[in-house]
Design a protein around this ligand. Structure first.
Ligand SMILES: [Fe+2]
Ligand SMILES: [Fe+2]
Ligand SMILES: [Fe+2]
Ligand SMILES: [Fe+2]
Length: 402
């Protein structure tokens, strides 16, 4: 078993890179495994979170020596982010990348839901995954309208494309997006890594949609990005509220670095692309040294051993793989859930209905109109139902069209 605490990694003073070292060759959009692109997107989200977290930490840290150490670590994280995200090829449109983002949200969150030991936390992932699954379907329809291209060119047959919990119902009152946090002293170390990973992935999706949405000319595209961009902010709230706010900054820094080790190690096991694999290998070596530095800071300032909060070895490596069976099971059993306070209910309660009235203002939202527009142009919806008809009879296409 791999225990990151037992490795020194690449010495910090050897981690700065020059232009040549940062100039990575991007993957081939036509030949690459879709899950290679998913791993790149995931690690970009993780590195963005590393940079942002270190910034937030520095802003509340009065000690100039620690501020300099954090600045150094953050610069390295920043170079790592540039290298990772630059592995993505230039694409004709942001929409193609958007579809890959939703595929990440589906298959990463589904994996986490399958592995999560705590039932309350597992429910949070099962709840969220049905929503990003629906986003994938809405954007896939937009993709064919705007570009006359099919989403299966992006997601392949790995992830199905069909309705999930309808996007129109994701607009909940903000109070109902706040979950109860895990307890930092009793929760499994794996649960902390899960919450951080999914939160980071949702955070980059939120940032991406709020920036690329207005670049489109087509009104339906602009409107759909605005709608789903708002929901991704709800998702960040949903997942970040799972994290115990009582964790110290030192503890959070250690967990961040440990999670980076865990994910680079995981993706290194699965990666088929040699160029990308070399990046995962190098970055794992770097993260091992970040972890050592974070552990030293924690021992010194928190007066605790990092072993108290970490697992004795890495958990089972995270894998990108199809999750069609789980998604179909959740479609059949959790479609009609919404949230009330920190929990879940099947009835649409008053606060939810008021919020729905307010945001829709009596109109069809863009997420419904995009499907109608697709039917008008192509005579049917865009779907990829590789494992048979939709598990919910009312959502089979013929039934939906009446
Ligand atoms: Fe990093
Ligand atoms: Fe989404
Ligand atoms: Fe999301
Ligand atoms: Fe790091």
């Amino acid at each position: 078993m791999f225990n990151p605490l037992e490795h020194k990694g690449l010495a910090l003073d050897r981690q700065l890179r020059n232009w040549r070292e940062m100039d990575v060759k991007p993957i081939d959009p036509d030949l690459a495994d879709p899950y290679t692109r998913c791993r790149i997107i995931t690690m970009n989200g993780i590195e963005v979170e590393a940079v942002l977290f270190d910034h937030h930490f520095a802003r509340v840290c009065p000690d100039p020596e620690i501020r300099r150490q954090l600045a150094f670590l953050r610069y390295v994280e920043s170079q790592q982010q540039r290298v990772v995200n630059w592995l993505l090829p230039g694409v004709p449109s942001a929409l193609e990348t958007t579809i890959a983002y939703e595929q990440v949200a589906v298959d990463l969150t589904a994996w986490v839901a399958r592995m999560e030991p705590n039932p309350y936390l597992r429910q949070a992932y099962e709840f969220g995954v049905l929503e990003d699954f629906d986003h994938l379907y809405r954007y896939a329809n937009l993709f064919e309208i705007v570009e006359r291209r099919k989403a299966e060119k992006v997601v392949d047959q790995l992830t199905e494309v069909m309705p999930g919990r309808p996007t129109t119902l994701h607009h909940r009152h903000p109070y109902d997006n706040v979950r109860d946090p895990y307890d930092r002293d009793t929760t499994a170390p794996l649960s902390k890594l899960h919450a951080l990973t999914v939160m980071a992935a949702e955070q980059q999706t939120m940032n991406y949609y709020m920036n690329v949405g207005p670049q489109y000319m087509e009104p339906i595209a602009r409107q759909l990005y605005q709608e789903i961009g708002l929901i991704e902010q709800e998702h960040v709230t949903h997942y970040e509220s799972l994290v115990d706010p009582g964790e110290t900054w030192w503890e959070r820094l250690v967990t961040h670095e440990y999670n980076e080790c865990y994910l680079y190690y995981s993706f290194l096991q699965q990666e088929s692309d040699p160029t990308v694999k070399a990046v995962w290998e190098l970055h794992l070596e770097m993260e091992l040294a970040h972890l050592q530095a974070a552990c030293d800071l924690m021992r010194h300032h928190d007066d605790r051993e990092p072993e108290e909060i970490l697992a004795p070895a890495l958990p089972e490596p995270v894998r990108f793989e199809p999750n069609k069976e789980l998604i179909r099971h959740l479609l059949a059993t959790q479609m009609d859930l919404t949230t009330l306070g920190a929990g879940y209910v099947r009835d649409q309660h008053e606060r939810f209905e008021k919020m729905q009235e307010r945001i829709h203002g009596g109109d069809e939202p863009p997420s419904e109109r995009v499907i109608e527009l697709h039917r008008d142009i192509f005579g049917q919806e865009y779907r990829v139902e590789s494992d048979g008809p939709h598990p919910v009879a009312g959502l089979r296409e013929a039934a939906a069209r009446g």
